[in-house]
Design a protein around this ligand. Sequence first.
Ligand code: RIB
Ligand code: CA
Length: 315
Amino acid sequence: MRKFIIDTDTASDDCAALMMACMTKNIEIMGVTVVAGNVSVEQAGRNAKMTLEVCGSDVPVFLGAKQPLMHSRKETISVHGVDGMGDKGLIHPQGGFAPGDAVDYILNTVAEYPDEIEIVVLGPVTNIALAILRDRETMSRVKRIWSMGTPGFGPGNATPVSEFNVFIDAEAYKIMLDSGIPVSIAGFDLCVGDIEIDLDELAEIAASSPQGAFLKDATAVLLDFNRKTRGQDMIDLPDAVAMACAIWPETVTGRMNVYCYTCIDNGPCYGQVIFYREGSTYESMPEIPGYPDEVITSMDAGGFTKRFIGMFKKQ
Ligand code: RIB
Ligand code: CA
């Protein structure tokens, strides 16, 4: 069994990713840690708890960072609704949060299972950075981090050069990428196009199971946002795509070893992540210790969608 910690700023696409992990037999979710991002950390906790309960999971949920490392929390354009989950009154979890804080939980779990824990981080990486700052030695025993973050090789969604999860806390992203822990990055460019879920696919998911119906409601505001801003009847699920990179490797069709430089200077480049590709020569590049990270460069969109829909049908 693979041992996962899932760190999330739980909105509707995070919910889809959590459901994927819950429904995957060879994944043991050790715990869910939450962070402020799409919504407040408390709302992210309630959304995560509710999602797990809909999937029949009693995995513990730990509250983490209320705000980024160096900034106060930005009020964000919530593409997922005020509650992050479609504003349909879905969120009424029975259970509470686990005692203790997310960062302690991450460190204690990695210390208990050295070289076994994979962390799937689906929001700003503030909790991960705090764990590294608090105990770099322990965090060096994390097997791998899977991050939904950066624009990949496409345009940003928070700014033209920065993706939301990095933009909210670029200092944290820099600490994570500079830590030497191997990171696999699923950028926003992977999550657009054929891999998006159209209305027919969404109807099939909703009709398949209570979990599918829950996800359809949770993505109602996201669908409306896409209709209004992009003129498209679809939902894009970046966190589900990132989770697929971790649990369905057969859907990954391209990857690249890179060294990543994270821009944290205030100004228009804040939150940009520059990829230096292994084997390429550049007129100028920073002193680099190696190429510990990888960027996923392409996915089998059809394979993803088939597995994603099929998963709900099996419930
Ligand atoms: O840019 C997309 C990412 O930002 C996703 O993780 C979404 O949930 C938000 O956190
Ligand atoms: Ca997220």
